[in-house]
Design a protein. Structure first.
Length: 278
């Protein structure tokens, strides 16, 4: 259980109110860990899927954080609008590759950047034709609030009234836990019942299999790899031909997770370590 707490991931159902950082710190204190981190910031008012990395798994957050996200939300318009006309504006201006400048309150540098919007569909409209339920799927780092405000500039005013993240990469709402459920599991764990908390945590080595290509290494090379040595071509097993120079991949020896490597173009050395787990 200790290994799981120090190298696992937890999918939290973030409530409205606290920041993503506050949620991460709450979990860190409850578990008595040195470090936790969240994967993909949600504004305080936004709810939903907030994956948390535990302990050494924090070093893997970057391999998850850029994956696609899905949301449901409500767009509030400042005057009556036709849902079909709004959909036409979305289809014309906000699908595919778009350029965005992060909002003033964003934690990242305010520089224009390109992001992909895979889908954005209006599902329902209120009786007064001013509140529109929508769902969307976007590239990680896309600001839904900005799409709503930019659309508002085209129609005389609109803003995002509500938003919930329903998916972040491999995490969705099928196995998600509230902070109350998490707190109860921790209390049970401290009382000797480890099962509830154990079932909540995803082993990081299992999660990484779902986001990166995986290769196997001969057991004879494991010791040198644990000391940070590069991975030689002669020791690699698996679908090596599918990887290009610069690609990241996860390395295993049987079921044992060795680390994350980046493929090289060198003749003898196949990959160099980015993260070694030992």
């Amino acid at each position: 259980m200790e290994n799981l707490l120090n190298f696992g991931l937890l999918n939290i159902n973030k409530p409205a109110g606290p920041t993503s950082y506050t949620v991460s710190e709450f979990i860190c204190r409850k578990l008595g860990l040195k470090k936790t981190s969240h994967m993909g910031t949600l504004d305080p008012k936004v709810t939903g899927v907030l994956p948390i990395t535990l302990g050494r798994a924090c070093k893997l957050a970057g391999y998850f954080i850029t994956h696609d996200k899905s949301y449901v939300g409500i767009l509030h318009t400042h005057k009556e609008q036709d849902i079909k006309e709004l959909q036409k504006l979305i289809n014309k201006n906000f699908l595919g590759k778009i350029k965005q400048t992060p909002p003033h309150r964003s934690a990242v540098k305010r520089a224009e950047r390109e992001r992909k919007v895979y889908s954005f569909k209006f599902l329902e409209v209120s009786d007064d034709k001013r509140d529109f339920l929508f769902e969307c799927e976007v590239e990680g780092g896309t600001y839904i609030r900005k799409i709503c405000s930019d659309l508002g500039e085209m129609i005389g005013g609109a803003h995002m009234e509500d938003l919930r993240r329903t998916k972040a990469g491999i995490f969705d709402e099928t196995k998600i836990y509230t902070l109350d459920e998490f707190s109860t599991a921790v209390e049970e764990y401290k009382a000797g019942n480890k099962k509830i908390l154990k079932n909540m945590i995803v082993p990081a080595e299992e999660a990484i299999r779902l986001v990166l290509p995986c290769l196997d290494v001969d057991k004879s090379a494991v010791k040198s790899l644990h000391h940070g040595k590069p991975l030689f071509r002669s020791n690699v097993e698996g679908d090596v031909e599918s990887l290009k120079e610069g690609d990241f991949f996860a390395l295993f020896s049987g079921k044992k997770f060795i680390g994350i490597y980046r493929k090289t173009s060198e003749e003898i050395i196949f990959g160099r370590p980015e993260f070694v787990f030992n």
